[in-house]
Design a protein around this ligand. Structure first.
Ligand code: XMP
Length: 186
């Protein structure tokens, strides 16, 4: 399975430790007597991170899973303002934490956060496991970041290439795929 993994960037033990730290940071940010926490997680790349993270946050929470369709040629968001319509009731008046696998150009997070805001949440924050340093514009920020990484195409721990490698337990760099050319299946 890992014949195309050029090198391991983050080992599973390292990821595990950092996810625990993130969960503590998040729990400290949201007091138990707040307006209620809703996690909005972006499928499918966040699935493993999400599963590990939420079990370590000792707060009552609702989970909304959303899909943002991929953008052909990575140039445009092909999906309009419909992705969150079923979650309106879980967002209004509540603290929302958007969870994604990776913040790259920032287009995905910008689109989701803009739509969450339209539904009147008490607050909106963003948590990503990985961030490609310096790529997203300054106004697209993540409040909780697992690791800043170099601009390489990574797979594993939920991240895919052509829908493969999501179950690879570490995060590795895929041989022969440049960050710009590579496109996970979300
Ligand atoms: P943007 O550019 O919108 O990208 O911030 C976020 C989404 O693009 C995918 N992506 C990747 N997927 N390895 C992957 O498997 C990568 O290195 C990578 N970079 C971006 C991913 O779906 C993410 O949610």
């Amino acid at each position: 399975m890992d014949d195309r993994i050029e090198r391991i960037l983050l080992r599973r033990e390292q990821i595990d430790r950092r996810v625990s730290e993130l969960a503590s940071e998040i729990a400290a940010t949201y007091p138990p007597d707040g307006p209620g926490l809703t996690i909005v997680a972006i499928l499918a790349g966040s699935i493993i991170f999400l599963a590990d993270l939420i079990r370590r946050i000792p707060r009552a929470m609702k989970i909304g899973l959303i899909t943002v369709s991929s953008y052909p040629g990575r140039s445009t968001m092909s999906q309009g303002p419909v992705i969150l319509q079923d979650l309106r009731g879980e967002i209004e008046g509540r603290d929302v934490l958007v969870v994604d696998d990776i913040l790259d150009t920032g287009r995905t997070i910008r689109c989701v956060v803009d739509q969450v805001r339209q539904f009147g949440p008490a607050s909106v924050r963003v948590c990503v496991l990985l961030r490609k340093a310096g790529k997203a514009p300054a106004d697209v920020r993540a409040d909780f970041v697992g690791f800043d990484i170099e601009d390489v195409f990574v797979v594993g721990y939920g991240l895919d290439y052509d829908d493969l490698y999501r179950n690879y337990p570490h995060i590795g760099v895929l041989a022969g795929v440049t960050s710009q050319a590579g496109e996970g299946s979300r």
